[in-house]
Design a protein around this ligand. Structure first.
Ligand code: PLP
Length: 383
């Protein structure tokens, strides 16, 4: 049996998405900038995709700028706003548990004259709103906090942050890559100025994403060229990707309630199976009912996560030790460190992340294999 439990790293593309992408590659292959019929057809598809992606965050169609993915969206949001508002101030607020595509951009901005405050998180991974209020300065121009953490599934209080940011007239950016399709995002109600999205986390293709930008936000491009995407992201549009992302977004939005209740019930089943069958385990991050529907991070004391990952792989089960982007690099997870987890438990952490194609049968199989492998590895270690 093959069980894919690494849906926070990437997801399998839906059949409906593939079919539409093939049509774009094969038949509707025009360039939306062309003046003839082929170009016009492509422009229509581009508009339709933009509408579908904007609905995923309940925003205006014109707010969507297509990019090459979550990483580029985060780069554009942070550098674009920092550059356009640098005369007003140079202070940015973020958190210690953001994705590397935020943290490494912030590092770059720090090297270029900006000052960044990284908020601490509690043991569940949540920032403290009072901390946020305390660190805001007159020269704060930007707050960037993720909606859902990719390693432990913490849901950050973005609506409260939005309230504060709007009152202080500070631009608020949210990395919602792990949130959309699982929890509702409302750019207006939650007062979000910019939102990063990525297609391959919602059963769409890789290499395509978007940044939602509220029309009041002043932002400079980071890629220059022919002026596509309202001058904010030049380059001939990745039409197969964009159209695939559009279909994936439409399906994610239409099925959100059903998807999230399915994921929650599979996650609970997995967690309950693990605690009833395996001793000395530690749940990392928020309580089971409080975290994102699809992410479960557990440490197995006395076992190295990487060894367990490969033992599970041998039985067809695919999981992760941390985030996919950092797991091939040496060093401990910055997220697990930030929540104050003990070193040996950080070493023993496994992230299970669920998707729409997972079944109860797969969860039963996973629990049975986990029990066997964890017990074996613990015995082997004691010898
Ligand atoms: C929270 C978060 N932000 C950003 C990204 C980067 O997205 P992409 O892979 O589309 O560049 C990821 C992907 O792992 C993520 O989990």
């Amino acid at each position: 049996m093959e069980v894919y439990l690494d849906n926070s790293a990437t997801t399998r593309v839906r059949k409906e998405v593939i079919d539409k992408m093939v049509e774009v590659l094969d038949i509707e292959y025009g360039n939306p900038s062309s003046l003839h019929k082929k170009g016009y057809q492509a422009e229509k598809l581009l508009k339709e995709a933009r509408e579908n992606v904007s609905k995923l965050v309940n925003g205006e169609t014109e707010g969507i700028v297509f990019t090459s993915g979550g990483t580029e969206s985060n780069n554009l949001a942070l550098i674009g706003v920092a550059e356009s508002l640098k005369k007003r101030g140079n202070h940015i607020i973020s958190s210690k548990i953001e994705h590397p595509s935020i943290l490494n951009v912030l590092k770059f901005l720090e090297e270029n004259g900006f000052e960044v405050t990284y908020l601490d998180v509690d043991k569940t991974g949540k920032i403290d709103i009072e901390d946020l209020k305390r660190v805001i300065k007159d020269k704060t121009i930007l707050i960037s906090i993720m909606a859902v953490n990719n390693e432990i599934g913490t849901i950050e209080p973005i609506e409260k942050i939005g309230e504060i940011a709007r009152e202080k007239e500070i631009v608020f950016h949210v990395d919602a890559v792990q949130a959309v399709g699982k929890i509702n995002i409302y750019v207006k109600k939650q007062k979000l100025d910019m939102v990063s999205l990525s297609s391959h986390k919602i059963h769409g293709p890789k290499g395509i994403g978007a940044l939602y930008i509220n029309n009041s936000v002043k932002i400079r491009p980071i890629i220059f060229g022919g002026g596509q995407e309202k001058n904010l992201r030049s380059g001939t549009e990745n039409m197969p990707g964009i159209v695939g992302f559009g279909v994936a977004s439409k399906l994610a939005k239409e099925n959100l309630e059903e998807t999230s209740s399915k994921l929650v019930s599979l996650k609970k089943k997995l967690y309950e199976g693990i605690i009833s069958e395996i001793k000395d385990i530690h749940l990392n991050g928020p309580a089971i009912e409080e975290g994102a529907p699809h992410i479960l991070n557990i440490s197995f004391a006395g076992v190295r996560g990487e060894v367990l990952l490969h033992a599970l792989e041998g039985e067809g089960i695919y999981v992760s030790t941390g985030s996919a982007c950092s797991s091939k690099k040496k060093g401990q997870s910055h997220v697990l460190k930030a929540i104050g987890l003990r070193g040996d438990l950080i070493e023993g952490a496994i992230r299970f992340s669920l998707g729409i194609f997972n079944t109860e049968e797969e969860i039963n199989y996973t629990v049975a294999v986990l029990k066997e492998k964890v017990n074996f590895l613990r015995k082997y270690k004691r010898r």
